[in-house]
Design a binder for this molecule. Sequence first.
Ligand code: FES
Length: 99
Amino acid sequence: MPVVATVNEVPNLGKKQVAVAGQELLLINLKGVIYAVEAECPHQGAPLGGAIVKDGYLSCPRHGYRFILADGSCPEHPECTLKTWPVRIEGDDIIVDLA
Ligand code: FES
């Protein structure tokens, strides 16, 4: 499983976009918990780098769909699911299981 970034590159409530194996990932630090999600909205492809993180949700800047960071689900629009990947922290390394 690849190391995609280090923890200190993703500040609390911040994001960092990385490309791993041809896949654009968005790393999000929510109060010390790192999430890895796809970098484009599953609704109409808006880039999520500018999305707002609040109350465990990632809110798309284009139409406001809110995705739960823990599993990528969108309660208001269940047909849209944001892809997420398991994250492991080893020391300062962020490791994402892309399988
Ligand atoms: S493109 Fe993200 S909610 Fe429509």
